[in-house]
Design a protein around this ligand. Structure first.
Ligand code: G3H
Ligand code: ZN
Length: 291
């Protein structure tokens, strides 16, 4: 059981990630698109006593200004009985990162995965200096996690992580958390990803930095459980919850073709989001970490 300091979750979350390298659990980061789904995820985390990360991606930033997101997530952080980390996901624009850091995000991901290595290192270092100066943790990516649906754009190049490059990247950038590409693929609708555990352990020999796997909807349950003793400390999950919400909402419309009330239509889809989030966190060994 972890000791929970009062109302000081961010440094605590960074500590949690560090400790998870040597402990048998992996935290879940979930993409959120509204207060509705963010709240359900926090409810799931509170029910099982798990720290959790709420992640705002580019699509979500297109819905509401980053400052509105910061206040919304921090409101949930304040009311939660478990550590909740407000995280800015996949961002290439350093100005957006700066705004997020100043607005109160706990951590940010700079995504330089499409840049040449030297440029990725140089820009990530800039982000680390900026963010650490404001007390914000930084995740960055080495290698490039692909997209199953082309959402990365037509010129997006995926690449498995080179272990030596990962070691150098971690040493030279001082990132807090490192996203790696070991067979994980974004936006898969089925759990078919082939995770290269041998490559993962080669990366672990090159750096002690907590590792992150993106595209974790596509990872098989058995492989998720195999991640527990590794240095992977967070898995990012988006599509699984989007499917839980959207597929249930479609069924609700089919059942009640004349329904128009939002609270009525959203009740079941949001319940499914909560249950899916709970299932993933239990699978990742997070249940009961916070008493
Ligand atoms: O950064 C977000 C995640 O990598 C989400 O991936 O939608 O494939 O679960 P997913
Ligand atoms: Zn991702």
């Amino acid at each position: 059981m972890l000791t929970l300091p009062k109302n000081k979750f961010q440094p605590f979350f960074t500590d949690l990630m560090g400790k998870a390298v040597h402990e048998k659990h992996v935290f879940a980061g979930f993409n959120v698109f509204s207060l509705d789904d963010a709240y359900e995820i926090v409810r799931a985390a509170e029910k099982i006593g798990a720290p959790v990360m709420l992640m705002v991606n580019k699509l979500a930033v297109g819905l509401y200004p980053i400052e509105v997101w910061a206040d919304t997530l921090n409101m949930l952080v304040r009311h939660a009985s478990v550590p909740v980390c407000a995280h800015l996901d996949h961002t290439t624009d350093i100005n957006v990162i700066e705004r997020a850091c100043k607005a109160g995000f706990d951590s940010v991901m700079f995504d330089g995965s499409q840049l040449p290595l030297e440029e990725n290192i140089a820009q990530t270092r800039r982000v680390v200096e900026l963010a650490h100066g404001l007390g914000v943790a930084v995740e960055a990516e080495i290698g490039a996690v692909g997209y199953s649906d082309g959402a990365g754009g037509k010129d997006y190049k995926s690449a498995m992580t080179d272990p030596k490059e990962a070691g150098r990247f971690a040493r030279e950038t001082h990132v807090d958390w490192l996203a790696v590409s070991v067979g994980n693929v974004h936006r898969m609708e089925t759990q078919d990803a082939v995770i290269d555990f041998d490559l993962l352990s080669q990366i672990e020999k090159e750096t002690d930095v907590p590792l992150v796997l993106h595209g974790s909807t596509g990872i098989k349950d058995a492989d998720m459980k195999k991640l527990l003793p590794t240095h992977v400390c967070k898995v990012n999950i988006g599509t699984a919850l989007r499917m839980a919400f959207g597929n249930t909402l479609r069924a609700e419309f089919e059942k009640n073709p004349k329904a128009f009330d939002r609270t009525e239509l959203f009740a079941k889809p949001l319940q499914m989001v909560r249950e899916e989030a709970e299932k993933k966190m239990v699978m990742l060994g997070c249940k009961g970490l916070i008493g």
